[in-house]
Write a protein that binds this ligand. Structure first.
Ligand code: ASP
Length: 353
């Protein structure tokens, strides 16, 4: 089966390619593919929905006109899954392969295709563990490859253009979707189905794309890549960290269940500024005393969770997530726990990364 977007994309990019501003290039980009809707196929007519990860990467690359004029592209399938099935094992496999590929003298930049559901987590994980200044760009799509007006081809095209752009170096892992470039640390999926779903809510984007033309904004100001202390070298698993969602009348039972089942860290998706009911606060304090590292984040889409604001973190032994949402807090806490259980040090990591 061939992606139908060959036709749609050919119409879109045959014209677009004629005014693409990226130079004809000899830069070498390795594409690591993991699946997602960008590789998805719609069900036969009358069938239900679509299936992520149906096409392999070479089918996707060859379906985008003029992509081969931007760079010398090599595709490699790492896994082919919907990103709702992304897990620690795949993260470690992907991070190790990315480390090899990006540090090879044969690669100038890496593009990773990925589902959008957990892109904000995988991108942040890779951003923290990959030792390089070379550009790493991640792309996905909201519509499957067979959809009318699929967004995958333009995201692939702009993703490669961003990856080979001279201004891309030293910016860590980035995402490119719907003409917007975002830093892995900041990017959040905001909408279940619209093509404009990714946003760096507290910060604004890293740049913009326009049919291969790239405009860059400010450089990132947090530790990552070469300045990160984290690495996947020697890791075969990651410490278990669970996220627990707070609500009015929050019952603390799930906190106890997570700890009983082996969680080494907890992230509370708190109400407001990382708050939770008094019984829940009592249980996380007990968990912290027993050695579990507890981070207060927020279920809100934007804002900062401040230390010692409504909750006395110093007294209760808790950590405030700052700008990081629960999913990103979980990623940082998992990596932090590979280094230390010292709360002051982990709080400092939440300021620095
Ligand atoms: N469920 C899909 C995935 O994350 C959604 C997408 O890619 O847009 O793989």
């Amino acid at each position: 089966m061939k992606p139908k977007f060959i036709i749609a994309a050919a119409m879109l990019l045959a014209s677009a390619g004629s005014f693409a501003q990226a130079p004809q290039g000899s830069k070498r980009v390795t594409v690591l593919a993991t699946g997602g809707t960008i590789a998805g196929a719609q069900a036969p007519s009358g069938g239900y929905g679509y299936k992520s990860g149906s096409f392999d990467i070479n089918q996707l690359i060859s379906a985008v006109p003029n992509l081969d004029k931007l760079a010398v592209i090599t595709g490699e399938q790492v896994v082919n899954i919907g990103s709702q099935d992304m897990n620690d094992e795949v993260w470690l496999k992907l991070a190790k392969r990315l480390g090899e590929v990006v540090n090879s003298p044969n690669t100038d930049a890496v593009l990773i295709t990925h589902g959008t559901d957990t892109l904000e987590e995988t991108s942040y994980f890779l951003n923290l563990v990959t030792k390089t200044d070379k550009p790493i760009v991640m792309v996905g799509s909201m519509r499957p490859a067979t959809a009318i007006s699929a967004d995958g081809p333009s995201n692939l095209y702009n993703g490669i253009a961003a990856a080979i752009s001279p201004g891309a170096r030293g910016r860590g892992v980035m995402t490119v979707l719907n003409d917007q470039i975002d830093y892995a640390r900041n990017v959040v999926k905001m909408n279940t189905s619209e093509v404009q779903t990714f946003s760096s809510v507290n910060r604004g984007p890293a740049g913009l794309t326009n049919t291969g033309a790239i405009t860059w904004f400010a450089m990132p100001d947090k530790r990552q890549g070469m300045t990160s202390e984290f690495s996947v070298d020697g890791l075969t698993s990651l410490p278990r960290v669970d996220i627990i969602y707070a609500n009015a009348g929050m019952n603390p039972d799930l906190i106890d269940a997570a700890v009983k089942n082996g969680a080494k860290g907890l992230v509370i998706a708190g109400v407001g500024d990382g708050n939770m009911t008094a019984p829940a606060l009592e249980r996380v304090t007990a968990a912290a005393k027993a050695g579990v590292v507890v981070v207060r984040s927020t279920r809100l889409p934007s804002g900062i969770v401040y230390r010692n604001n409504e909750v006395n973190d110093d007294k209760l032994g808790l950590i405030a997530s700052g700008e990081l949402n629960p999913a990103k807090s979980r990623v940082l806490l998992m990596l932090a726990l590979t280094k230390t259980r010292d709360r002051a040090r982990i709080q400092q990591m939440f300021y620095e990364y």
